[in-house]
Design a protein around this ligand. Structure first.
Ligand code: ATP
Length: 359
């Protein structure tokens, strides 16, 4: 039981600021869509428009077949009439109500028996590892615990759509990891359409079936995590996703299948573009060799940064600096000569002027 959400030409302005700029999105039933982007790009505003907490200026929103907002028809349903479940960053629990009451308060309209309610509360608390907290008041719990109760409240409600705005941002790193696991299970089990706001690219990549990367109120790319990571539609998306960051190297097309970067040339797969390009290559897509080899380019290890499971090597050749990520603790020494091998199939080329992917 889940629902398709359709957004057509949605615009929301605050004075001169266009927070959401003519956004059209179809979110298929059962999708876990993450709205991802830097602070101020309009993700929260878009989510609030879908929720009915913000009145857009133009456009249409359908939740399933139900037209919940239309500027032309003058329709704007109240949040309560949209059949959604909300967890916002401000996880406002009622301070004067126990956990049990906080969770069941929203269920009262569903006309459940006491036993059914108890069952729902129990299951939801177990899901967020808060078993036994039924009688606590919000003031008797930490911020992170309160947030988990807010999440449990949403689980117990069993909506067709989940809307979540940075629900894990107040949790410590360990708990955040656990909650990612739980939220992903929750989506897997419930199959509910989920729209999730975060500025954390790892969260987006790990949780989502689809990601919409936003900048200045505009969706830059709507794609699977795999495509967003491996084939970013433009330089903004390429630069925003990935840690360590993607290498962006200025280059010029020097032949049919080659692009010149600094004083060396890289093989690329056939493409038709000409002129100034930016070559994007992920740090883990470069091999580090300690001996010369055909098509490997000599660099110097400027800095070597081991981090347990992997190591980052910052390599230099003239003005060109490249970051490489290798598995395990690297044996490379600082100032050592190394040879980098770039895999032509993992290079993406962007038009220097427009910033758009050309391969
Ligand atoms: P963050 O990750 O910081 O929450 P965001 O991507 O969710 O950012 P929004 O909160 O949607 O971004 O804000 C988008 C733009 O709209 C910003 O420029 C913001 O300053 C502006 N804005 C948001 N809400 C209001 C408001 N109530 N009044 C005026 N401007 C607003």
């Amino acid at each position: 039981m889940s629902t398709t959400i359709t957004i057509k030409n949605l615009t929301k302005r605050f004075g001169d600021v266009v927070a959401v700029n003519n956004v059209s999105l179809t979110i298929e039933a059962g999708t876990f869509l993450t709205l991802l982007g830097p602070s101020g790009c309009g993700k929260t505003t878009l989510l609030r428009c879908i929720a009915g907490l913000e009145d857009p200026n133009e456009g249409e929103i359908y939740i399933g077949d139900k037209l919940v907002y239309s500027s032309i028809k003058g329709i704007s349903l109240q949040p309560g009439a949209r059949d959604l479940g909300l967890v916002f960053q401000n996880y406002a629990l009622w301070p004067h109500m126990t956990v049990y009451k906080n969770i069941t308060f929203a269920l009262e309209m569903q006309k459940l028996t006491k036993a059914q309610m108890d069952e729902r509360v129990h299951e939801a608390l177990k899901e967020v590892q808060m078993d036994g907290y039924e009688n606590r008041y919000p003031r008797e719990m930490s911020g992170g615990q309160q947030q988990r109760i807010a999440l449990a409240r949403m689980l117990a409600y069993r909506p067709k759509v989940f809307l979540m705005d940075e629900p894990l941002s107040n949790l410590d790193a360990r708990l955040r990891m656990d909650m990612r696991t739980e939220l992903k299970r929750l989506h897997h089990i419930s199959g509910a359409t989920t729209i999730y706001v975060t500025h954390d690219q790892v969260e987006a990549l790990t949780m989502s079936t689809n990601i919409a990367v936003m900048k200045l109120g505009v969706v830059q790319q709507l794609d699977t995590p795999d495509r967003v990571y491996h084939f970013p539609a433009n330089l903004f998306v390429a630069d925003f996703i990935g840690n360590p960051k993607v290498n962006l190297l200025d280059g010029t097309v020097s032949g049919q299948n080659q692009v010149k970067v600094g004083d060396f040339a890289l093989d690329v797969e056939t493409f038709n573009a000409r002129g100034k390009m930016v070559v994007a290559v992920r740090p883990e897509d470069i091999a580090v060799l300690t001996e010369p080899e055909l098509n490997a380019v000599e660099f110097t290890a400027y800095s070597v940064l081991p981090a347990g499971a992997d190591s980052t090597i910052v390599a230099q050749r003239g003005d060109v600096e490249v970051t490489v990520k290798v598995m395990g603790i690297s044996k490379i020494k600082m100032d050592q000569k190394i040879w980098l091998k770039f895999d032509p199939t993992s290079l993406n080329l962007y038009d220097k002027e427009s910033g758009n992917l050309v391969t």
